[in-house]
Design a protein around this ligand. Sequence first.
Ligand code: UDP
Length: 468
Amino acid sequence: MEKEGKEWKAQVIVFPFPVQGHINPMLQFSKRLFSKGLKVTLATTHFLLNHSTFQTQTQTTVTVEPISDGFDKGGMAEAASVEAYNDRFKAVGSETLFELIKKQRIPVKCLVYDSTLPWALDVAKKLGIAGASFFTQSCAVNSIYYHVKHGLLSLPVPGPTVSIDGLPLLQINDLPSFVSDLESYPSLLPIMLIQFSNLEEADFILFNTFDKLEDQVLNWMVKQWPIKTIGPTVPSMYSDKRIEGDTDYGFNLFKPSEDSIMNWLNNRETGSVIYVSFGTIAELKKEQMEELAFGLKESNYHFLWVVRESENKKLPNGFAEEIAEKGFMVPWCPQLEVLAHGAVGCFMTHCGWNSTIESLSLGVPVVAVPQWIDQTTNAKLTADVWEVGVRAGVDEKGIARREEIERCTREVMEGERGIEIRRNAMKWKELAKEAVDEDGSSDRNIKEFVDRLLCSRIDSSRPDSIGN
Ligand code: UDP
């Protein structure tokens, strides 16, 4: 996977929103582009580069270069609000991204930008290059946002249920939290809707999903936009194994304590461990953390729980000592390696889209404990459409109680239902691999994307418009 000394025909700049859950899929996509002959430069913020690790293996394939979001020292935390961050990111980022692309020696053909940063398309247009909007969430969730944006779903949602083309009948609590509970984070729904603001001007629209996973909702969405599926974006060695050495995302916001975790897993029996993680952002209520802690303890299974440093104080007093025999708590772990480990029997997850697609790709059954954003919808599909897990019920305070946590882990780990869930999980693992394998649906879409960039001049007046 050497990049030095190569005669590059074309270059692509990839520009994710600077958080782990957006960088991971876009970086993985970058590696696929590199494997098909493009030079790829990933642009991210100074702050993120100074506070994370892009691993060596990544750097032999994808070049990482900094731009400024206007918050070089403190990142997002330095901004007074989400709106303030986004406004400044747009103002400063537009200029620094422009400069970065302009100074490249190898011709840049396309800017692949995070769909939540639609202003990046203006930068691409100014430079006369193509723009590809990359959606990091599921097609189902984006379809719901599309319905809201175009007034096809009125807010506040009127009924106890919602019917949307290509999706099962949804209860209110299956909808993304910004849609079901308008008061929870009023500033965040606009960020989701802004993804569609200039989409008709994008040259490509890329979704991190695969055709068979979301066939019905994709069938509806492609009537609105020429969407191309390119997922699942897990490193090749966890699926089709066609990109040698592509064993991890190559990016970590926190430092994993890898050896001790793998040693601990190596000493556990096959399928005996519950892996628990709520991703990089979700902040659980103290009460929820306590219920989880006692539910896991009562289940009596071995468990590996990622408790980020900022969440640690919410654990019951003395919990770590109490469960030392059964449980192992770490601030961060190499999630893919953990999910791929034979000792892991189930994944208790918040159902962030990356975690969802990773569990599907690795065939790991799920206990879904969604918190907010898109996680509720992903949990619904996980349990009721793909049938690879169960979703923990919550009480009137929105808390999944310890008895429910214990019941769900037993349902997935034991008995007839557990066997059925494991069978379904293996089926989806195969289908996920098929999508990115030679001539699979996503592989064909990625090839077509690369071919069109390599062979075409750019006429960027409408989507799908790159012609000869
Ligand atoms: N992740 C990881 N180690 C951890 C926890 C999470 O590598 O200990 C990765 C995980 O594999 C996934 C990403 O962080 O790719 C989290 O993304 P997701 O969409 O699941 O959730 P978010 O953090 O965006 O809520």
